[in-house]
Design a protein around this ligand. Structure first.
Ligand SMILES: *Cc1c(COP(=O)(O)O)cnc(C)c1O
Length: 404
């Protein structure tokens, strides 16, 4: 008899996006002439930078010619891309091309990495959270059942106004820690000192940090760390995930990478250190056959002089939207975080998240209710800056008049 992985039955239906979709549908049926403005999704709206498009096209041309055609490439990614990343993103941080694994997305990588660890690892997950970290650990059997809005057996790192949405290490012992800065959904960014406390915790407790830096490109404050490897000692205890999705508009093109430093380690049950890089290399090359050649060429172009300029313009544009959103929401008396080194603005609605969602929907603006990201998101909404400037301005006018 073929039996199923019953851990899947613990998973909660994606209540958040299903409910949002249903509410939007109901609203549109009742108000067919309202053109809704969507500031809810975590997807970019601007096209790929022209430097990437040119390199992408050239890559396609090479595939058309027998002399330059390429079949399977290295599973870990072409060295032209791994080297460009090491040189540009991790200069002076002790990270080299061999530490970098190219993939088709940070979603897959943050979801897959937990495979390297035993089922009884104790997992710490932020609340509110990007749901991939939670669900993949539930599927793997690292949680108990869903009860009162949380999975039993997981350790929740509560982010709230008391800790400025940056959870500090717990007093209890955990083995695997997920952190994301700049954060989705809160837009908050951890300082050097705050990350250093986590690195110290991981070193003392022989734990591992999985650091999601998908929004690194939005950091403008030079005092904030862009990579966890800016913290001394992090290379032994942290894996970092990055993506071209939000940086350069690759959400539909697919290219990302994971950094697993040579020094990074976990342990056998006898306490013997095991390097994670060969393990991830084995996992990645067994289950993945590489990102397409033209896409890797397009990603490489992000690091060309033209590409750097264009990518900067892209993130400046979204950050301009974010500043407008934050300024307007604050002018209406709401306390906000994020939106400064992040494309997300986390707004204290001073009421139930869904009530606020409904109110803004009736004004013609779609946002995301914070409660959908975890219990600590109750009372908040997330507003995304990924949209056109005119739409953002129009949305702010609609919100203003509906709250007046
Ligand atoms: C968008 C996003 C990613 C990137 O995912 P890709 O699969 O690379 O598109 C990763 N982490 C977080 C928190 C995100 O919001």
């Amino acid at each position: 008899m073929i039996t199923v992985n019953e851990h899947y039955s613990k998973l909660q239906a994606s209540y958040l996006f299903v409910t949002i979709a249903r509410k939007i549908k109901d609203f549109q049926e009742q108000h067919p002439d309202v053109d809704l403005i969507k500031l809810g999704i975590g997807d970019v709206t601007k096209p790929l930078p022209s430097a990437c498009i040119d390199a992408f096209k050239k890559g396609v041309e090479e595939m058309a010619d027998e002399k330059s055609f390429r079949g399977y490439g290295p599973e870990q990614g072409y060295s032209f891309l791994r080297e460009a990343i090491a040189r540009n993103d991790f200069r002076d941080l002790g990270i080299e091309a061999e530490d970098i694994f190219i993939s088709d997305g940070a979603k897959c990588d943050t979801g897959n990495f937990q495979e390297l660890f035993s089922t009884n690892s104790r997992v710490a997950i932020p609340d509110p959270v990007y749901p991939v970290y939670v669900d993949t650990n539930v599927m793997a059997g690292r949680s108990g059942v869903w009860k009162d809005g949380r999975y039993e057996g997981l350790h929740y790192l509560e982010a709230n106004s008391e800790n400025a949405f940056i959870p500090a290490p717990l007093n209890e012992k955990v083995d695997l820690i997920y952190l994301c800065f700049p954060n989705n959904p809160t837009g908050q960014v951890a300082s050097h000192d705050q990350l250093a406390r986590w690195v110290e915790y991981a070193r003392e407790n022989k734990a591992l940090i999985l650091f999601d830096a998908a929004y690194e490109t939005f950091i403008r404050d030079d005092s904030l760390p862009r990579s966890i490897y800016e913290i001394p000692g992090a290379r032994e205890v942290a894996v970092e995930f990055r993506s071209f999705s939000k940086t350069a508009g690759f959400t539909g093109t697919r290219c990302a990478f994971t950094v697993v430093p040579r020094e990074c380690r976990a342990y056998t049950s006898d306490g013997e250190a095991v390097n994670l890089q060969p393990m991830w290399n084995r996992r990645h090359s067994t289950k993945f056959n590489g990102v397409s050649y033209p896409v890797q060429r397009a990603a490489e172009a992000v690091y060309s002089p033209e590409g750097k300029k264009q990518v900067r313009e892209l993130s400046d544009y979204y950050l301009g939207n974010a500043a407008i959103i934050r300024k307007n929401m604050e002018a209406l008396g709401f306390t906000c975080i994020g939106g400064e080194n992040s494309p997300y603005i986390w707004v204290d609605g001073r009421r139930d998240s869904w009530d606020f969602f409904d109110l803004l929907l009736s004004a013609g603006v779609v946002v995301t209710p914070g409660s959908g990201f975890g219990r600590c998101g109750e009372g908040y909404i997330r507003i995304s800056a990924f949209n056109d400037r005119e739409k953002v301005l129009a949305a702010m006018e609609r919100i203003k008049s509906s709250l007046a």
